[in-house]
Design a protein around this ligand. Structure first.
Ligand SMILES: Nc1ncnc2c1ncn2[C@@H]1O[C@H](COP(=O)(O)OP(=O)(O)O)[C@@H](O)[C@H]1O
Ligand SMILES: [Mg+2]
Length: 224
């Protein structure tokens, strides 16, 4: 599903990734850990083709993202859901419309949009807050809307960059449980975090980066 081959990423004179090799298979749940500045977000941005590698290859679902023409990038993105630390919700739109936003552009019928949005909101247990606006929701609820938006189109891959970075420990655990459920239904999940407790509690594959290099890759791992 995700393969990095000898990936180097340089920003100006700053080397963010230094020969990264990764292979994440369909259906896996992977924690990407490491201190601030280690290179986690750079790996995420290369995966959803926000950036291209300076050298090496990033292959997502068999597609070399650097070779993908600009007008094909939306097709790649449609096959992945992205969850952000700061939620990135539309403040003037209610929960339903925030989740519907991405699939409305795809020309689906209202009935199909309703069906999908309802389904996604049930997964994150927010079906009773369809009409609420982001400002009326707690941080954890806002992030659940962010997750519903990310899965509404049924993507095979979910990418979450520090999704619990702004949340308290208990709320973080709830978010993590939802992501685990989504993974159990077959979605591959790549989650960047430096939340030690969460990583230790869930015992997933843990890939650790430091100074732009993968320094550990352990199944049922812990944070070190
Ligand atoms: N757009 C950018 N321009 C310049 N340097 C960047 C940029 N993005 C990231 N970096 C640098 O690349 C390194 C890795 O950053 P990042 O991937 O954001 O790490 P993390 O997500 O693990 O905190 C850091 O040294 C950071 O300062
Ligand atoms: Mg980051």
């Amino acid at each position: 599903m995700i393969r990095f081959r000898n990936v180097i990423k340089v920003y100006g004179t700053q080397r963010a990734l230094d020969c990264v090799n990764l292979h994440i298979k369909v259906g896996e749940f992977v924690f990407l850990t490491g201190t601030s500045g280690a290179g986690k977000s750079t790996i995420m941005r290369l995966t959803y083709r926000e950036e291209k590698p300076t050298r090496g290859q990033v292959v997502i679902g068999g597609v070399d993202v650097a070779k993908l023409p600009h007008n094909k990038v939306p097709y790649l993105r449609r096959r992945m859901g992205i969850v952000f630390q700061d939620f990135k919700l539309l403040s003037k739109q209610n929960v339903f419309d925030n989740v519907a936003f991405v699939i409305r552009a795809l020309g689906m019928s209202d009935r199909e949009i309703n069906r999908r949005v309802s389904g996604a909101l049930k997964v994150v247990r927010l079906y009773d807050r369809l009409d609420a606006f982001p400002s009326q929701l707690s941080g954890g609820e806002q992030q659940r809307v962010g997750i519903a938006r990310a899965i509404v189109n049924g993507p095979p891959l979910l990418i979450a960059d520090e999704p619990t970075g702004n949340l308290d420990p208990q709320t973080s655990m709830e978010i993590m449980e939802i992501l685990e459920q989504i993974n159990n239904r077959g979605t591959t999940v790549l989650l960047a975090t430096h939340d030690k407790e969460m990583v230790n509690h869930f015992k997933k594959r843990v890939i650790t980066v430091e100074d732009g290099k993968v320094i550990r890759d352990i199944y049922e791992g812990t944070y070190e």
